[in-house]
Design a protein around this ligand. Sequence first.
Ligand code: NDP
Length: 253
Amino acid sequence: MDEFDLTGRTAVVTGGSRGIGRAIAHGLAEAGADVAPLSRSREDVATVAAEVEERGRDSTVATCDVTEADDVREAFDAVRDALGPIDVVVNNAGVNPDGALGRPEDVSDDDFGFVEDVNLGGAFTCARVAAEDLHERGGSVVNVASVGGLVGLPRQHPYVASKHGLVGLTKSMALDWAPDVRVNCVAPGYVVTDLTEDLAENETLAASIRERTPLDRFAEPEEIAGPVVFLASDAASYVTGTTLVADGGWTAR
Ligand code: NDP
């Protein structure tokens, strides 16, 4: 189907240096887009940019911290200079540090604020910085939320609050930016990445998650790329303000 073809589009993927973001950068490039992976690490971004180019698409090396608006503006300008106006923003950068895990009384204000700033504030900033391009070009925003944006998870309060916020932000931005720009979310379940390394190493916990997951396994990062490519493409031309859950059935119970 031609509707999945992203040839001629420019996509930015925050947190594109590793894990799910890296797989999304690969997937968008394979669908035909030129792709700028962004993160704070120039070396890791350069690696993924080269992987995009190996897939026959253009890329560029730009870095930013998504919590710093000026930094984000500079990086998006650099992407525009290298690849042209931005058609797709994938807000994937996310954190869930040890200090933000625990009962509510165990989490410091700083840890709470840090998680909200990256996971929620970063997405708002990146979408807004690209707003003019997105409106002119009929673009699309895809926010990477989590099943933690749909249900509560014990001992992950800042993360869950940020991801519920991202689902809400998606809906309200979809209202304000329609009909020009579509805004959607993907909500992954458990995916094997650096973020879930500790969890995967805890055999009891990993087994209990698998047991609750009808597909009986964690996802590979590549399995989140397909839903993102779909939402970014014209195949989803009548889809906005929604959340596509990719969790192996974890929330179906
Ligand atoms: P990783 O820890 O593997 O990657 C996180 C990415 O975010 C890295 O590229 C990192 O790059 C970037 N990043 C972190 N902080 C910032 C910042 N302040 N500014 C810019 N970039 C930043 O995580 P995953 O790939 O697992 O997760 C990606 C997204 O998917 C996150 O939003 C996460 O919440 C979500 N998710 C993950 C699940 C999982 O099971 N893994 C499940 C559900 C959702 P750098 O450090 O170089 O800046």
